[in-house]
Design a protein around this ligand. Structure first.
Ligand SMILES: O=C1C[C@@H](O)[C@H](O)[C@@H](O)C1=O
Ligand SMILES: [Co+2]
Length: 298
């Protein structure tokens, strides 16, 4: 891939998991960011151990050659919580803007089962026409608010939510304006659609509107356990659904080729939540960095 176009970040979720704070609670903020830098990454997303004051956070990252590239934001438009979502979004946008980030990755969490004990492959929500209307209208407004600061908003399609499958991503992208972008997450696309081919089809269809990429690999045998035992998303994570690129069953070469051919300019973020007691986060960060050097040439 063209090194001038793409930069590499890693998410803290391998060290401390925001969805299950008991995973990695012993890992400190300073350890996390030091290990990210030592593994050879130049960006990070934001985790629950990070100081939220830009005046404190920025110098602690800068001294390690790191910058904040995005932070997760949950929206609740479909369930009618527009005013609260917009209020919180403005605070979040201003924090990310102060940190120098350019994109704001959001996930529509109305009726989401991602953090519950429901079976992720059986019980996901499906939005009504009215819920779709509210969601699209909300995201169009978020894009305008992001634009006020020269930033862009993107939707993180996610397992267990109303915007998970190819059809749902298609509907979301069709109903929103062109300044609403897609955060493409390889792991969630593969997990939802069950094949490399369908995972790639989402990527190639939306390349011009993808402005942020999460690189997650998956372990097919664990997804099979989730299916057969009707497990929740989080139970799957604890059993090892996800791992770093190159360590699981996804072939990332066509992902890199498609992004490169489309002249993708932006961040690619290694995001591989697993139990840090079973998968040492520093070891896996180094493994991911080596794989990206060898396979993507970056
Ligand atoms: O971007 C993400 C953030 C996490 O909190 C989430 O559950 C994970 O799977 C993900 O893709
Ligand atoms: Co992600």
């Amino acid at each position: 891939m063209n090194k001038d176009n793409v930069r590499l970040a890693i998410a803290p979720i391998g060290w401390t998991n925001d969805d299950m704070p008991e995973l990695g609670k012993e890992n400190t903020f300073q350890q996390i960011v030091s290990e990210m830098a030592l593994a050879g990454f130049s960006g990070s997303e934001v985790g629950n151990k990070y100081p939220r004051d830009p005046a404190v956070l920025k110098p602690m990252l800068e001294i390690r050659g790191l910058q904040i590239v995005n932070a997760w934001f949950s929206t609740f438009f479909a369930s009618g919580d527009k005013a609260k979502t917009i209020d919180e979004f403005i605070n979040h946008r201003d924090f990310l803007h102060a940190m120098g980030a350019k994109v704001i990755g959001c996930s529509e969490q109305s009726r989401s089962i991602q953090g519950t004990d429901k079976a992720v492959l059986d019980d996901k929500p499906f939005f009504s026409d009215e819920e779709w209307r509210l969601t699209a209208e909300g995201y169009n407004q978020l894009a305008a608010l992001a634009g006020e600061k020269g930033m862009q908003v993107c939707l993180h399609h996610h397992m267990g939510t109303g915007i998970q499958t190819t059809e749902e991503i298609d509907r979301f992208m069709a109903m929103t304006n062109d300044d609403v972008y897609l955060l493409y997450d390889t792991g969630h696309a593969y997990y939802s659609e069950g094949s490399q081919q369908k995972m790639l089809a989402i990527l190639t269809r939306y390349l011009p509107r993808i402005n942020h990429v999460h690189l997650k690999d998956v372990r097919n045998p664990v997804i099979e356990q989730v299916r057969l035992e009707h497990l929740s998303f989080l139970e799957g994570v604890k059993r090892g659904t996800f791992t770093v690129p190159g360590d699981g069953d996804i072939d990332f070469k066509p992902v890199f080729a498609a992004l490169d051919n489309a002249n993708y300019q932006g961040w690619m973020v290694v995001e591989a939540e697993q139990d840090p007691a079973l998968a040492n986060p520093f070891e896996y960060a180094v493994k991911a960095r080596r794989y990206l050097r060898e396979t993507a040439g970056i």
